[in-house]
Design a protein around this ligand. Structure first.
Ligand SMILES: NC(=O)c1ccc[n+]([C@@H]2O[C@H](COP(=O)([O-])OP(=O)(O)OC[C@H]3O[C@@H](n4cnc5c(N)ncnc54)[C@H](OP(=O)(O)O)[C@@H]3O)[C@@H](O)[C@H]2O)c1
Length: 255
């Protein structure tokens, strides 16, 4: 039997790379998609998958991803795409609303919401054709609450959540599950560094004193579980936090 086919966006680092590795280990042929070619190529070679350079905010780039997925499904003998993990995303800046930067806010909406929509739209025919597709969107606990300095990101991640819910309603009669995995604090190499524009000190402060934040592999484990349930089982949402983070503002830090 041929390997099931999965696409992971944002596979060049952090949660996306860990998810691609994990799904590869679970027997999927994984399409590793992100903008940094060298990274997705190295990962695809490591796990025996396929690299596609893709910017999820660019409609043409996303169309090319979908065309490659169709081609690949034919090559490996699948009727369509089994899984897409919409993971590409991120936070840019942490200014209060009173000092908000419209460009940063647009960029967050672009990647966390519009990118997710474009990838989903482009891959949906193939997911339906598979007969048992799964869409797993990587949201955030920032899509459930508000925190000071977080409005641009929390607004975008609330968008991720609402789009996920809407899509589940719209696809209720289709053979496609729609799920969200929403992590709390995950220590990945780049997320906080990207948010604070390369300021390592600020990035480190996010995790200061937290003995064991989640790591990318913890979230990959949750995603792998969600997408490998039997086809009639839809995990609507899975919130995953480190034990030290009882709520967004309630973090146990050892001083
Ligand atoms: N770390 C956390 O605490 C945390 C918590 C909750 C949720 N999340 C969410 O989890 C996801 C992954 O986060 P992470 O911590 O793994 O961060 P990360 O290491 O910064 O990874 C972000 C990934 O998204 C890709 N990406 C960014 N813009 C893209 C675009 N326009 N097109 C295609 N790919 C793009 C990046 O690759 P390229 O730059 O190569 O394109 C990178 O692979 C994000 O959606 C994030 O919002 C993270």
């Amino acid at each position: 039997m041929s390997s099931p086919l999965a696409v992971v966006t944002g596979a060049s680092s952090g949660i996306g790379a860990a998810t691609a590795r994990r799904l590869g280990a679970e027997g999927f042929h994984v399409v590793c998609a992100a903008r940094r070619a060298e990274r997705v190529e190295a990962l695809a070679t490591e796990i025996g998958g396929t690299a596609v350079v893709c910017d999820v905010t660019d409609a043409e780039s996303v169309s090319a991803l979908a065309a490659r997925v169709d081609e690949l499904a034919g090559e490996i003998g699948r009727s369509g795409l089994d899984v897409v993990v919409n993971n590409a995303g991120g936070a840019f800046g942490s200014a209060p609303v009173a000092e908000g930067d419209a460009e940063q806010w647009r960029a967050m909406y672009d990647v966390n919401v519009i990118g997710l929509m474009q990838v989903t739209k482009a891959l949906l025919p193939s997911l339906i054709a598979s007969g048992a597709g799964v869409i797993c969107n990587v949201g955030s606990t920032a899509g459930r609450i508000a925190y000071e300095g977080g409005a641009g990101y929390t607004a975008a991640k609330h968008g991720t959540q609402v789009v996920t819910e809407t899509l589940r309603l719209e696809l209720f009669d289709q053979p496609v599950r729609v799920c969200e995995v929403a992590p709390g604090m995950v220590r990945t190499d780049e997320f906080a560094l990207v948010r604070f524009e390369g300021d390592q000190e600020k990035a480190d402060a996010v995790y200061a004193g937290v003995a064991e934040p989640l790591v990318a592999e913890d979230v990959a484990d949750a995603i792998a579980w969600v997408v490998t349930r039997p086809p009639h089982v839809n995990i609507d949402e899975l919130v995953i936090r480190p034990r030290a983070q009882a709520a967004q503002h309630k973090v146990h830090r050892q001083t």
